[in-house]
Design a protein around this ligand. Structure first.
Ligand code: BTN
Length: 236
C-alpha cells in the first residue's frame, strides 16, 4: 500500500473516495486529525489529533455481497494490532472493536469502521474501508462509552500499529475464507443476548453464530433468524 498522510483533513473516507474515482488502488489515506469524520448511519465521528484515522482504497474482484467480509477482515486486523499493543480488544458484531468491561457483554468502543463502495450488481468497482482507532487520545475528548489505547495501556507507536493493521488486512483479503473463523475467535457478541435493529424491525435473542458471509445468527423465541446488517446492542 502507498500511504498519503495528512496532519489534518475533513474525512479520510472522502479523500479515499476521490482517489478511488480517479482510478487509484491499494492506497491508504491516513490522518492525525479529522475535522469532518463520518461514522456509520450518517453519524458524526469524533476524530481528534492522536488517533489512527485511515481509509483503504482497493479494487477487489468480488461481488458486492462479499464486501462485508472486507470490513470484517479490517476489524480482525484492527483487533489484532490492538492486542499486540497490549489491549484486550474484542469484536462486537459486525465490526466494532471494543474492550470488554466485566463479564456480561458490557464494553467500551475502541474503533469503528465505515465502508463505502461503488460498482455494478455483480462486481465491485472500488471499495473504501475506513477504520478509526482511538489511539493516543484522552477518553475525556471522546464520546461516552468510548475508550482509547492510551486509556487502556498507554500510548502506542502509531506507525507500527498502522503497519501491523495493513499487514493483517493484506493477508486476509487474499484468503477471504479465513476471515470468519478469525472473527469468531475475537467475537464478544457470540453467546450474548442481543437486540438488532434492522430496517424491517428489531430482533431479540441469543447470538449463536455468524454465517460464512458474516451474517449474525440469532436464536429467538420463534426459531433462528439470520441478520446480514443492522445495529447490534448487547443486552443483559
Ligand atoms: C462507526 O462506528 O460509526 C464508524 C466510524 C468510522 C470512522 C473512521 S475514521 C477514518 C474513516 N474516515 C471517516 O470519516 N470515517 C472513518
Amino acid at each position: 500500500f502507498s500511504i498519503e498522510y495528512h496532519d489534518s483533513i475533513g474525512s479520510t473516507n472522502d479523500r479515499a473516495r476521490e482517489l478511488a474515482s480517479e482510478g487509484a488502488t491499494d492506497v491508504v489515506v491516513l490522518a492525525d486529525e479529522q475535522v469532518g469524520g463520518r461514522g456509520r448511519l450518517e453519524r458524526e465521528w469524533s476524530a481528534p489529533s492522536g488517533g489512527v484515522w485511515l481509509s483503504i482504497v482497493t479494487r477487489p474482484d468480488i461481488a458486492p455481497a462479499q464486501a462485508p467480509l472486507y470490513t470484517l477482515a479490517v476489524s480482525v486486523a484492527t483487533a489484532r494490532a490492538a492486542r499486540e499493543a497490549g489491549v484486550d480488544a474484542r469484536i462486537k458484531w459486525p465490526n466494532d472493536v471494543v474492550v470488554p468491561v466485566g463479564e456480561d457483554g458490557e464494553y467500551r468502543k475502541l474503533s469503528g469502521i465505515l465502508t463505502e463502495m461503488e460498482g455494478e450488481t455483480d462486481r465491485v468497482d472500488w471499495i473504501v474501508v475506513g477504520p478509526g482507532i482511538n489511539a493516543n487520545i484522552d477518553t475525556d475528548a471522546l464520546p461516552e462509552g468510548a475508550t482509547s489505547i492510551r486509556d487502556e495501556v498507554g500510548d502506542v507507536d502509531r506507525r507500527r500499529f498502522v503497519q501491523r493493521l495493513l499487514e493483517e488486512f493484506d493477508r486476509y483479503r487474499t484468503d477471504l475464507e479465513a476471515v470468519v473463523p478469525a472473527w469468531r475467535e475475537l467475537a464478544l457478541t457470540l453467546g450474548q443476548r442481543v437486540r438488532v435493529e434492522r430496517a424491517t424491525g428489531e430482533i431479540v435473542g441469543e447470538a449463536v453464530d455468524v454465517t460464512e458471509s458474516g451474517a449474525l445468527v440469532i436464536e429467538t423465541e420463534d426459531g433462528q433468524e439470520t441478520v446480514a446488517a443492522g445495529d447490534c446492542e448487547h443486552l443483559r
